[in-house]
Ligand binder design. Sequence first.
Ligand code: ADP
Ligand code: NI
Length: 221
Amino acid sequence: MNPADVSAAVRDHVRSVSLGEATGHDWWHVSRVAGLSAKICEAEGGDPLRVELTALLHDVFDEKFYSGDAETALSGLVDQLGVRSALPDEVWDGIIYDILHLGFKGGFDQTPLSLEGQIVQDADRLDAIGAIGIARAFAYGGAKGRELYNPDEGVVTVTTAAEYRTGSRHTVNHFSEKLLLLRDRMNTDTAREIAQRRHRFMEEYLAEFFAEWEDAVSYNR
Ligand code: ADP
Ligand code: NI
């Protein structure tokens, strides 16, 4: 099986299972992460096929919607798609290992990743910030029935993963819990560069959001 066939088999499968997903893990998120990963890989090195496969598979068994064992499920999927023999076993093991550790689970996982895993982690983090990241955060909050913002709660600093998981705070809080922290957590220089502009845009957005809010409520008696 040549590399193009492997990536096509995985791509087609992931697209078919993730189209229409509404909490920010939809196919277009995966597609953007794969694209950004390829861009970063061009500048930083790493094996492009491994980067692409990691990106395509990174959210298929995310714990947010898959309660089984993701490691077993990913390995099973590699067999199901008939792509196992295309790469050495240790490469598949490495891809699966990276996927299990690249996410944000209420905290930053400190597990060392391969270069390819670091690239996909950067791309996934980039897709959570900037204009698209803002849209995803409010879409996610809406899907969970959360308020945009609640000034009575204010902005709460969350310090533990347990607090993060149980929290049902307004979506503006997610910026201080996670989104504004991501710029300084990029692995590669290429991603750090892309993150600068996206980070600035979020800061401007929040300043505008609060200015509009204050202006509106200041007329209440
Ligand atoms: P990823 O797909 O990058 O691994 P997550 O699974 O953590 O990220 O989240 C998916 C998307 O939903 C991201 O854009 C993330 O910022 C957003 N999100 C996650 N948790 C919250 C939350 N509590 N409030 C608002 N948005 C959230
Ligand atoms: Ni993701």
